[in-house]
Design a protein around this ligand. Structure first.
Ligand code: ZN
Length: 237
């Protein structure tokens, strides 16, 4: 069973390698997706700014028409009072327009900055996509290799398992599943001078009685605390 545990460990390591090499592709895909989301958000922002800017542009044009009309009225003014009133109106509109022009200019600056960011994001996305291709190719090549390794180790596992009776093997499989492949735990003596023992799986005490059973009987004995299958350590066996 110790041999099976050693093969089980190798099997676990090989499977982990396969998972990791496949995960690299997913991580890179997620990275690209995040960048693409930022790109879409930026584009939407530009769209919204353009709508606001267009609205102001329209307002500006309407007010410019008003100014032209005021100018025409100015020439037709019959009294000084009327002239002054139109002039005041004209100046107010002019002042408003200059504010609008500043706002429109600010929007244009925002759009320019956002468009630069969009370009930057597009460049980044292209670069990350190229990286993804490299990672994918590498992952596929490694995946084939790791799968072959797993297959070979699995065969060794099956051979080793064939030498173990059905019931202990079932226990082994169940505990291995619970503890991520770690079905066995060594029992170590705490102190050479004392008869106290510890399970190296959970580091809880194991009674001398249990250790005695382990030494004398050829059956599966499990840690009462963590349920791992106990194996005598080098010093005890
Ligand atoms: Zn234990």
């Amino acid at each position: 069973m110790v041999k099976l545990q050693m093969i089980e460990n190798r099997l676990g390591a090989a499977k982990l390698k396969l998972t990791k090499c496949r995960r690299n592709v997913i991580i890179q895909e997620n990275k690209i997706r995040t960048l693409q989301n930022s790109l879409e958000a930026k584009k939407e922002e530009i769209q919204l700014t353009k709508i606001q800017s267009d609205r102001l542009e329209l307002e500006l044009r309407t007010r410019e028409d008003a100014i032209s009309k005021s100018r025409a009225q100015l020439n037709l003014a019959k009294t000084n009072k009327e002239y002054a009133a139109i002039l005041t109106q004209l100046n107010t509109t002019k002042a408003d327009n200059s504010k609008l022009e500043t706002q429109i200019l600010d929007f244009m600056k925002d759009i320019e900055a956002d468009e630069a960011e969009v370009n930057e994001l597009n460049i980044q996305i292209d670069a990350e996509k190229q990286k993804l291709e490299t990672i994918r190719k590498k992952s596929e090549a490694n995946g084939v290799k790791f799968e072959a390794d797993i297959k070979q180790i699995q065969e060794e596992w099956d051979d080793a398992a064939a030498g173990i009776p059905a019931e202990p093997l079932e226990i082994f499989k169940r505990v291995a599943e619970t503890y991520d492949g770690e079905a066995l735990a060594f029992v170590e003596k705490d102190d050479p001078k004392q008869q106290t023992y510890t399970c190296c799986g959970c580091f809880m005490g194991v009674t001398a009685e249990t250790v005695n059973l382990l030494m004398t009987k050829d059956e599966v004995i499990r840690c009462p605390n963590c349920t791992r299958i106990l194996v005598l350590g080098q010093n005890e066996s």
